[in-house]
Ligand binder design. Structure first.
Ligand SMILES: Cc1cc2nc3c(=O)[nH]c(=O)nc-3n(C[C@H](O)[C@H](O)[C@H](O)COP(=O)(O)OP(=O)(O)OC[C@H]3O[C@@H](n4cnc5c(N)ncnc54)[C@H](O)[C@@H]3O)c2cc1C
Length: 507
């Protein structure tokens, strides 16, 4: 079969389905008809409320007004993630967005900082946060947008959003339907395939109708209706590295300040998230069912809520990993249908976004011929593996040995790619961003240091600065950042002024 794709069918109306629909409508809406099928009876996973800064690129692509968007999704701003009790109970650090410190013309900031710390001229490991505008603002509960002038201390700040997942999908649905995306409500009960090619030709609904298409995006969630069930793509299981396989989600009433960051607190057999929204706080416990029972996990979550619980707890089951090929025949898995990595660094929505941009860059014709598919799969699998490594780092590099879960994490054998990265860092603090990977050198630095890995030395080039010069430079940098952040409004005031949720949206 040849000729341009004319009809795209999206199976699923969660975040993955509606993000895909919106992007295709925006970029290809003149030539491609988009139909999205979703089942109200099945519903969506209903979690996924913390993002990373790349989502702002997606909003820009759609031309979304950011302040209206934050208001309509009961959103708040996110400057990074605070990791509590991960290195050891009582310890905390922030993995901030944006850049850390400032490189000189010849020396990377990470090397300057290492030299400073190793010469004991300054405080210990978590002083790293004193060189990040986002981390300082997070600690002070302040928020403002980055400055455009690259010489301004606040040019290094970056941010993302927290939002209500249900409202986000609704927001994108309204946006997409206004731009011609057709929506069909109903449960898919069968899938029709072409004899020779094995391509999917149509999906059949309970009412007997069929929706046909040239290209099918499987956004059906963990079930992976088309990619897994129909095309038979096997699941590459990474649970030996990331053993958490369950979560309980339970929102509660907001209490205290509206914090501009996500909190992740390590616990006996996993960790808890805390995501502040305007109308409530999202909470959840991600855990390993081999090490903790559901009732105990629920108790551990319930006992640590800082407001009255809202609604019933929601239990979720998953496995870390991905479908071997995320594109098979004329089916592409996007979102949970393609794979899952636990939300420790809030990367799933980003993975949806990169799958969509990859599809746009490699958009096929009806033959869905080899090279585009091969490249799509190569990039997707590499991206999953890079994020996997970053997540494993949190579990492996810790002093925690207080439960069987943490002992198992300490004993695990690392993937070679991560082992190499850690070894390279341990020696002289060298970090490289491999093959356009998502996490920057600064992200790796923040988490490696936060998780207690201190290099043995630093790069010789850092010694070209005298101790006095270095101290003066670093003190100046710290003070400039602090002064600039102190001038920012409080996060809650910023929201109240620019993007408070409309009253009718408050539940
Ligand atoms: C515990 C947990 C916490 C998470 N936290 C974060 C986070 O903080 N940040 C982040 O980026 N991501 C997070 N995620 C991931 C995020 O929730 C998902 O990536 C995102 O919601 C996308 O889900 P989805 O659209 O792929 O699937 P779903 O939301 O499950 O949507 C599936 C859709 O398919 C439809 N469907 C399924 N079967 C049929 C059928 N037979 N017929 C018709 N329709 C069907 C459903 O009705 C639904 O519309 C988290 C995930 C979990 C499990």
């Amino acid at each position: 079969m040849s000729g341009p794709i004319e009809r795209v069918v999206i199976v699923g109306g969660g975040t993955a389905g509606w993000m895909s629909a919106a992007a295709i409508a925006r970029l290809l809406g003149r030539t491609v008809a988009v139909t999205l099928v979703e089942s109200d009876a099945i519903g969506t996973v209903g979690v996924g409320e913390a993002t990373i800064p790349t989502i702002r690129d997606f909003n820009r692509l759609l031309g979304i007004d950011e302040e209206a968007f934050v208001g309509k999704t009961q959103g708040s701003f996110k400057l990074g993630i605070e990791f509590v009790d991960w290195l050891r109970p009582g310890h905390r650090y922030i993995h901030p967005f944006g850049t850390l410190g400032r490189d000189t013309q010849t020396i990377r900031f990470s090397q300057l900082w290492l030299k400073l710390v190793q010469e004991k001229a300054d405080a210990a490991e978590d002083a790293l946060g004193a060189y990040s505008a986002s981390a300082i603002a997070a600690r002070l509960g302040r928020f403002g947008r980055p400055e455009a002038n690259p010489n301004h201390p606040l040019s290094t700040l970056s941010y993302a959003f927290h939002f209500d997942a249900g409202l986000y999908a609704r927001y994108l649905r309204t946006w997409s339907e206004a731009r011609g995306v057709g929506r069909v409500e109903g449960r898919i009960v069968a899938v029709d395939r072409g004899g020779e090619s094995g391509f999917v030709r149509g999906v059949r609904l309970e009412d007997g109708s069929t929706i046909s298409g040239d290209l099918f995006l499987d956004c059906s969630g963990f079930r992976s209706l088309l990619l897994g069930e129909t095309m038979g793509e096997p699941f590459v299981d990474w649970s030996h590295w990331l053993p958490c396989d369950r979560a309980i989600a339970l929102p509660c009433a907001s209490a205290g300040d509206l914090l501009p960051y996500t909190r992740s607190t390590a616990d006996a057999a996993g960790w808890r998230w805390r995501i502040p929204l305007q109308h409530r706080t999202g909470n959840g416990y991600v855990y390993s069912s081999a090490h903790l029972g559901d009732d105990e996990a629920h108790r551990r979550l319930f006992d640590t809520l800082d407001g009255a619980p809202q609604g019933e707890p929601r239990q979720l089951r998953f496995r870390a990993g991905h479908r071997r090929n995320l594109w098979s025949g004329n089916v592409i898995g996007i979102g949970l249908a393609g794979g899952f990595l636990e939300p420790l660094e809030s990367t799933s929505i980003h993975l949806i976004q990169t799958a969509i941009s990859r599809l746009m860059l490699l958009f096929p014709d009806k033959s869905c011929a080899g090279p585009e598919r091969v490249e799509f799969n190569r990039q997707s699998v590499l991206e999953y593996a890079q994020i996997r490594d970053f997540l494993i780092l949190h579990y492996k590099a810790t002093e925690r040995r207080d439960t069987e879960f943490w002992q198992q994490c300490a004993a695990m054998t690392l993937p070679d790619s991560l082992r190499h990265k850690i070894d390279l860092f341990r020696s002289k603090g060298r970090l490289f961003r491999f093959q356009e990977e998502l996490f920057s050198e600064d992200s790796w630095l923040a988490v490696l240091i936060g998780q207690g890995i201190m290099p043995a030395g630093h790069d010789a080039v850092a010694d070209t600065l005298s101790a006095a010069e270095l101290r003066a430079q670093m003190t100046g940098l710290r003070q400039a950042l602090h002064r600039a952040v102190e001038a920012l409004p409080r996060h809650a005031d910023f929201i109240a002024r620019c993007c408070a949720a409309p009253r009718s949206a408050v539940s």
